[in-house]
Ligand binder design. Sequence first.
Ligand code: SME
Length: 137
Amino acid sequence: QKTEGTVNDKLLSICTLLEKHIPYYNWVGFYFKNGDKNELKLGPYVGEPTDHTIIPFGKGICGQVAVSNKNFVVPDVAAQDNYIACSITVKAEIVIPIFVNGENIGQIDIDSNTPDPFTEADERFLEFVCEQVASIL
Ligand code: SME
């Protein structure tokens, strides 16, 4: 049994590395399903503190990914109706689900201050990161 502290240290290290080395990754965090509730809970993150530590399924980009089980790439957050703003500096967002035994148990969420920065290379890379994360949970 892995302790939550150890896992959270690793997740925070991943956030720190991604934010530090990829210039257009400006807020990097993990959300996980909150027990049996139909909501996401904020896990380790790097960037400005957010008020949105709990996100109901279906709400915002993150909540939609909790339901769709699909990557969500948002080139322009201003064009999204179902979007939860955390900071006025954010222009774009990417959310990639994390699967354990085929179940969507959480996600990595990245905000960018650069408009339309995310490519398919980001999706493939972050899918790989999420697979690695799944293997340590
Ligand atoms: N923008 C997200 C909320 C989380 S913040 O980006 C940290 C959303 O719409 O779900």
